[in-house]
Ligand binder design. Structure first.
Ligand SMILES: *[C@@H]1O[C@H](CO)[C@@H](O)[C@H](O)[C@H]1NC(C)=O
Ligand SMILES: *[C@@H]1O[C@H](CO)[C@@H](O)[C@H](O)[C@H]1NC(C)=O
Ligand SMILES: *[C@@H]1O[C@H](CO)[C@@H](O)[C@H](O)[C@H]1NC(C)=O
Ligand SMILES: *[C@@H]1O[C@H](CO)[C@@H](O)[C@H](O)[C@H]1NC(C)=O
Ligand SMILES: CC(=O)N[C@H]1CO[C@H](CO)[C@@H](O)[C@@H]1O
Length: 364
């Protein structure tokens, strides 16, 4: 009776009918009697099974019971490996004083980024659920990284981009644009943005020039993963980032101090200090980038992880501070994220220095 009443209730507008039926059940003396009998049988069955279980337990002693009580003891005696990892701001990044007269790679406002020493307490291979740059600090001033833009449609932004050569040209990875099927004419960039709350402006992408030798392998390797976007106008109050001065498949060298900036899938911009890892000399990187592709890709991160790009940071820029010329240089773009801060899983970057001579900038 109750079952059919519930079914009736599932039909829209039949709630009243359900209430009526329920009332009937309560007032029906024969049903009440049946319920009482059912409850009594239930209690009897529970008691029976409990005594049976107890009996079985005793019957199986000495082993069964003793081992059962030993289980929680085993758990508490397993030591939880807690480690404290401190990563200090390298000297190079302690007092940045960018050259305001540089044609590229300097904040025109004279506002330089400040980095923080980071302390991590880790309990081993814990999985991270973040979607953006991990182990870094929030960036709340849009003047700090004026070269960074976000690329997407009118409603959703997916990939990171960097102003290069002029403030109307943007570097991004082909893999990110393709992953999100981003094509002209539905392509836009947002600029000078640290959070969705502080939106500054938007420009239209007129053209996308993909590297002609871009190849994507099924295993997550993207070779020649670089595209140039041409904007419909210049980003105001900005300068482009600098590029490495000479084309090189060996730049940057292993263990170079670098800064990754990214919004992830959220709107909050984060920055983190990383170290580059050369695939030719570093097994941490060669597990992802074989020697055949070490000229086009490199890694950045740490053996212990904790600081890294995350899954929504595709195409995010990796920068190096050139202390001699006092300006920032673009050395990498996130091509693949393997572990998002997990130990032994550094992210893979397009080696921007390998493409200095790939110059579609003059082809309008
Ligand atoms: C980071 O730590 C070093 C060494 O302990 C210290 O000299 C420096 O002032 C600290 N930097 C910041 C930004 O806290
Ligand atoms: C832009 O590219 C042109 C052509 O290669 C070059 O002459 C110029 O110096 C570049 N400008 C900047 C700011 O990188
Ligand atoms: C460029 O595109 C943006 C966004 O569609 C538009 O608001 C702006 O007027 C355009 N500027 C020029 C110079 O066409
Ligand atoms: C990144 O690489 C992994 C394999 O290491 C692959 O499964 C994944 O699809 C790749 N992701 C992208 C965005 O290429
Ligand atoms: C599987 C298991 O851990 N068995 C243990 C149960 O407890 C006895 C002694 O109490 C051990 O000898 C068994 O190895």
């Amino acid at each position: 009776m109750l079952v059919s009443a519930n079914l009736n209730n599932a039909i829209p507008g039949s709630g009243r009918q359900y209430l009526n039926t329920k009332k009937e059940v309560i007032n029906d003396p024969s049903s009440a009697l049946l319920s009482l009998i059912a409850v009594a049988i239930g209690i009897f069955l529970i008691l029976l099974s409990m005594s049976l279980g107890l009996g079985l337990g005793i019957g199986l002693t000495p082993y069964g019971k003793k081992n059962a009580t030993l289980i929680p003891v085993t758990i508490t005696t397993t030591p939880i490996q807690t480690k404290v990892i401190v990563r200090l701001v390298p000297k190079l990044l302690q007092n940045i004083n960018c050259n305001l007269y540089s044609p590229c790679g300097c904040q025109t406002t004279g506002v330089d980024p400040v980095f923080r020493n980071m302390t991590f307490t880790t309990t081993g291979g814990r999985r991270r659920r973040h979607k953006r740059v991990v182990g870094g600090t929030k960036v709340t001033d849009s003047r700090l990284w004026p070269w960074l833009v976000r690329i997407g449609t009118k409603t959703v932004f997916y990939c990171h981009g960097m102003l290069v050569n002029s403030t109307s040209r943007v570097y991004a990875t082909v893999s990110c644009l393709r992953h999100h099927s981003l094509t002209v004419p539905e392509l836009y960039v947002d600029y000078q943005l640290t959070s969705a709350l502080y939106y500054t402006g938007r420009l239209k992408v007129l053209r996308v020039i993909q590297h002609p030798d871009y190849i994507s392998y099924g295993n997550g390797l993207h070779i020649n993963d670089l595209a140039l976007l041409v904007l419909n106008a210049s980003v105001p109050n900005s300068t482009p980032i600098c590029l490495p001065s000479i084309e090189s498949i060996f730049y940057p060298p292993d263990n170079t101090v670098a800064v990754l900036i990214g919004y992830g899938g959220s709107s909050q911009l984060n920055q983190v200090i990383l170290r580059t890892l050369e695939p030719d000399t570093n097994p941490l990187c060669s597990q992802f980038v074989s020697s055949s592709y070490s000229g086009e890709l490199f890694c950045a991160g740490f053996t212990a992880g904790l600081q890294d790009a995350c899954f929504d940071d595709l195409s995010a820029p990796l920068l190096q501070y050139d202390i001699v010329n006092r300006r920032w240089i673009l050395i990498g773009l996130v091509s693949n994220v393997t572990g998002c801060g997990m130990a032994n899983m550094p992210s893979v970057y397009t080696r921007v220095a390998a493409y200095v001579d790939w110059n579609p900038l003059l082809r309008k």
